[in-house]
Design a protein around this ligand. Structure first.
Ligand code: XMP
Length: 511
């Protein structure tokens, strides 16, 4: 049994879906336009209405098909979702002028099964302008805050709960408890969505789809393709061939680590395409960022195709292709998509005209779930917890022409940055931390001589989803250690700078 999270505002919906899954119940996000018959067809065990940026009285404010309230399915409304329930079921929502933003004290006002273990007062996180001022018939008001006379209301008979604060955010002290209580006790759903059950179900599904056929997988070095491949290996091990295209633009040791893991540990059929020379040849003299991306993306596909065609020449060639597509990529959301700032060539992705059938074993999973599944499948920590890396690799961190020499400088510099960040215990905390090589050289003095060499820029950011990011406030001592090592250990570098740009206005990568 799953929980449907109705999306009235994308960030909130994803966070809620993850919290439900942390309570070990599967959850999916659906657009606010979903109809009652469609909900009935999906037969969820519960529904959660997410928060959103609008007021219920704004026109046009996203609404819910009223038939959904009649399906006999427990519903939890959060923030905007709570106000929608209040308005739709006969209560009242008003712009009281007493909006609350941030931490607020929640006070219990009545007997509540949800709050039975809670103290009289606790801290919750609010973000609302309007407030519910009158609960609909059938509801009991069980908590309030200074700006929300109805911060929590419950209708036990129907299994309806409406909460004005955001239980899904970490600042709400006992928020996760509230979500888990709703899912397990109000809706009565058993906590059966665990890493083990995810793995078992995927293995069965892969076996059923693949049968005796052969499967191909492009490993990129990243977490997603590695976990997808590891799942396929568990399911149909010997039928899989993994292809790793070394573009010459990977991080230090990345190719060797992947080859080692997949050949030694998993004993799988592994093709290591050493294509670096061809990439450098194709990139010679090219400085335009979009042109570079295009060349890398297209050449990758050509290299991969060549292997795939060769394998397909054999009558027992692969029929299926494994893709590491994640849930956030497939959510059919009600929210408008962000503008396309850069052409994110899906390097490591699917050559569009190859006639494979796709297997996407991670289609239902969020990134953190993928990591835990990877750990359980025995992938090394270094692969499972690796920071995101762009498909075009170091190519988008080398401003100007990509040459063998400049790629070597950046790879060595990147290794130093990552190594020191790891030693400082910050690698997991940061979204990304890496080195950038600009297209200028500057004058310096080392020993007795004048140098004319490249600066390295340290780029470290915190982020939740890469849509926005802040530059990381690295400790000065750490920056000093990195800078000293960069100049001592990386030939061709004589200066170090720190990028203090957030996103926006900057992007995370330099190109
Ligand atoms: P930007 O630089 O746009 O990057 O702030 C956002 C996130 O996307 C990654 N990135 C890419 N990933 N192919 C990818 O698969 C690409 O072409 C690409 N360009 C950027 C980047 O590392 C960051 O995590």
């Amino acid at each position: 049994m799953s929980v449907l999270v109705v999306d009235f505002g994308a960030q909130y919906a994803q966070l809620i879906a993850r919290r439900v899954r942390e309570a070990h119940v599967y959850s999916e996000i659906v657009p606010a336009s979903i109809s009652a018959p469609e909900v009935a067809r999906r037969a969820p065990g519960a529904i959660i209405l997410s928060g959103g940026p609008k007021s219920v009285y704004e026109v046009p404010a996203p609404a819910l098909d009223p038939g959904i309230y009649e399906l006999g399915i427990p519903i939890l409304g959060i923030c905007y979702g709570a106000q929608l329930m209040a308005r739709d079921l006969g209560g009242q929502v008003e712009a009281t002028g007493a909006g609350e933003y941030g931490r607020t004290t929640l006070t219990r006002t009545g007997a509540s099964s949800l709050l039975s273990e809670w103290p009289e007062e606790s801290t919750c996180w609010m973000s609302h302008g309007d407030a519910i001022t009158l609960a609909p018939a059938g509801f009991v008001v069980t908590a309030r805050t200074p700006g929300a006379p109805v911060a929590l209301m419950e209708d036990e008979a129907r299994g309806f709960v409406a909460v004005q604060f955001h239980p899904e955010v970490g600042h709400s002290e006992r928020g996760q408890e509230l979500i888990a209580h709703f899912v397990h006790h109000v809706a009565g759903l058993a906590p059966t969505w665990t890493n083990t059950s995810i793995i078992e179900e995927s293995i069965e599904a892969i076996r059923a789809t693949v049968g005796e056929e052969r499967v191909l997988c492009a490993l990129s070095g990243g977490v997603d393709s590695a976990v997808a491949a590891a799942l396929v290996i568990r399911a149909v091990g010997r039928q899989l061939t993994c292809v790793f295209v070394d573009t010459g633009l990977m991080r230090q040791g990345e190719g060797e680590q992947i080859e080692e893991t997949f050949t030694r540990q998993f004993g799988v059929d592994f093709i290591h395409v050493k294509a670096a020379e061809r990439f450098f040849d194709a990139l010679g003299g090219v400085t335009d960022p979009e042109a570079k991306r295009k060349i890398i993306g297209e050449l990758f596909i050509r290299e991969f195709e060549a292997v795939a065609r060769e394998l397909a020449g054999d009558s027992h060639g692969p029929r299926f292709l494994v893709q590491g597509t994640l849930y956030p990529d497939v959510i059919e959301s009600g929210s408008a998509h962000a503008a396309n700032i850069k052409s994110h060539h899906n390097v490591g992705g699917l050559p569009a005209d190859l006639s494979f059938e796709l297997i996407e074993p991670l289609r239902a999973l969020f990134k953190d779930e993928v990591r835990h599944v990877g750990e359980e499948l025995g992938l090394p920590e270094e692969i499972v917890w690796r920071q995101p890396f762009p498909g075009p690799g170091l190519g988008v961190r080398i401003v100007g022409e990509v040459t063998r020499e400049r790629a070597a400088i950046l790879r060595a510099a990147d290794h130093v940055v990552v190594d020191e960040i790891k030693k400082a215990g910050l690698y997991h905390e940061l979204w990304q931390s890496f080195a950038v090589l600009p297209a200028v050289r500057t004058v310096g003095v080392m020993g007795d001589g004048r140098t004319y060499a490249y600066p390295i820029i340290i780029r470290a950011v915190t982020s939740d989803d890469a849509m926005t990011a802040d530059w990381a406030r690295l400790p000065h001592e750490l920056i000093e250690r990195i800078a000293n090592r960069l100049i001592r250990e990386v030939e061709g570098v004589n200066r170090v700078a720190l990028d203090v740009t957030s996103k926006p206005p900057g992007t995370i990568e330099w190109e």
